[in-house]
Design a protein around this ligand. Structure first.
Ligand SMILES: Cc1cc2nc3c(=O)[nH]c(=O)nc-3n(C[C@H](O)[C@H](O)[C@H](O)COP(=O)(O)OP(=O)(O)OC[C@H]3O[C@@H](n4cnc5c(N)ncnc54)[C@H](O)[C@@H]3O)c2cc1C
Length: 419
């Protein structure tokens, strides 16, 4: 039993965010149950690139994304693609997103994310040191381009974030570090402090540790209804069963807004769909993850696998895999790394990144409900920010305080009447 906080907690959603919240809640002494509609880690936490990258942790709405550049996003090969047929449903969200594409909001959001990222490296190291089994490497992150100008721009961005020191490599240094890359690129940037994990292994490892320490994990439990009495949430209800608890965390990724709306809470989440191809026994072996600045595509080396992924598609909340988007990744990567997709098998995947219009996660108490909390909206940074989010939310729920300033992430910033 915890000192002052809830004794029992149900976490809804078994992706990286829900599982890391569960981990720190359990470690703080709560009886924790995770309920997951499908299998753990099968949502957006499955086929992502797994970068733990404080160096590029910034909000998605950036200065310069004006209406003209957003019109270009209606073209199917655009890295940030808006499906025209989804525009009527997305209109209000896009206007709000665009309102945040300014220097002031971007700088404030970057500062808030830097604060949330403060403990990231130490928390990942601690998870590994505690014996949680997951694929984890401290190999840094390398940015490549055929244009010196693109690398200069990237270097300025990383230095603005201020979380890392950047090394510059010329073509010869790049060739010696990454001998499997063709001599296409004129140079590279390398951030040695970034790391990478295989996110599905992180989910499996954290859930095994949770169960070993007395927590519960229920797969195939689809929460259809939240039962509340007055200003308290009492239970989550599936088709056949319900579970009561003292407190609840909603962490169902891009779908969290739909669940929270039944509590009268407005959380304007959209899905930013991304795609990946996982190549087993790859011909191209890399020593560190690679970002192709010109193509806006990432590559991550894993044990026996290379993953190539990226793109951001706004087409509503659905996990339909659009083959055209997969083909566009192949089309832009093959000319610069011709053997990138050579291997024994290629697995294609789509995932829904949970996006908020201001590009910041939503972490904290749901307004008007005394015992319900939310953790979502981590856009392209859910793996990076999962431990710090879980750690901070557990502190808030169990001790009424967190080491990190959570005010920029407060759910009530979306309440009616506020921007
Ligand atoms: C191509 C791509 C590359 C990416 N690369 C990176 C990267 O390199 N680094 C990084 O930090 N981030 C990256 N991301 C982002 C990251 O994957 C997400 O931010 C993160 O996975 C979100 O985790 P989550 O737990 O919030 O959501 P999810 O992983 O989607 O988990 C939500 C879970 O809730 C479950 N659920 C939904 N509804 C219900 C219900 N009613 N009842 C019960 N369960 C329910 C779902 O089945 C799902 O398992 C990438 C994303 C994509 C698409």
């Amino acid at each position: 039993m915890t000192a002052a906080g809830p004794r029992s907690v149900v976490v809804v959603g078994g992706g990286v965010i829900g599982l890391l919240c569960a981990h720190y809640l359990r470690r703080g002494g709560a009886d924790v149950t995770v309920v997951e509609r499908d299998r753990l880690g099968r949502g957006c936490s499955w086929g992502n690139l797994g970068w733990v990258c404080p160096s590029i942790s910034v909000p998605l709405p950036a200065p310069g994304l004006d209406l003209r550049s957003m019109t270009g996003m209606l073209e199917r090969d655009s890295p940030l693609y808006i499906r025209a047929s989804a525009l009527p449903r997305l209109g209000k969200w896009l206007l709000s997103f665009r309102a945040h594409c300014n220097e002031t909001d971007f700088a404030a959001g970057s500062t808030a994310l830097r604060g949330l990222n403060e403990p990231t490296g130490a928390l990942f190291d601690e998870l590994a040191a505690d014996g949680i089994e997951f694929e984890y490497a401290k190999a840094g992150l390398t940015f490549v381009s055929t244009e010196a100008k693109a690398l200069r721009h990237e270097k300025d961005m990383i230095e603005d974030v201020g979380a890392a020191r950047v090394e510059e490599w010329n073509a010869e240094e790049l060739a010696s570090r990454e001998p499997d890359l063709p001599a296409t690129f004129t140079g590279a940037l390398h951030v040695s402090t970034d790391r990478h994990v295989r996110a599905d292994s992180l989910c499996t490892g954290v859930s095994a540790a949770l169960v070993a320490s007395g927590g519960r994990v229920l797969e195939g439990f689809d929460v259809r209804r939240l039962r509340h009495e007055g200003d308290r949430l009492v239970a989550v209800e599936g088709p056949d069963d319900s579970i009561e608890a003292d407190a609840f965390v909603l962490a169902v990724g891009a779908e969290t807004g739909m669940l929270a709306s039944s509590l009268g809470t407005r959380l304007p989440l959209q899905a930013g769909k991304g795609y990946s191809l996982s190549i087993r026994d790859p011909r191209v072996r890399l020593n560190s993850p690679l970002y192709l600045c010109d193509q806006k595509v990432g590559l991550t080396p894993y044990e026996g696998m290379l993953r190539v992924g990226g793109t951001m598609e706004l087409s509503g909340i659905n996990d339909r895999l659009d083959r055209g988007r997969i083909e566009s990744i192949r089309r832009v990567v093959s000319p610069v790394i011709p053997d990138a997709f050579e291997g024994s098998e290629v697995v294609e995947w789509v995932g829904m990144r949970p996006l908020t219009p201001d590009g910041l996660p939503v972490i904290g108490a749901i307004p008007g409900v005394r015992n319900a909390f939310v953790a979502t909206g981590h856009q392209m940074l859910g793996v990076t920010l999962a431990p710090s989010t879980g750690h901070a939310l557990a502190g808030l729920m169990l001790e009424g305080r967190s080491d990190v300033d959570l005010s920029p992430f407060s759910p009530d910033r979306f309440a009616v009447g506020r921007r």
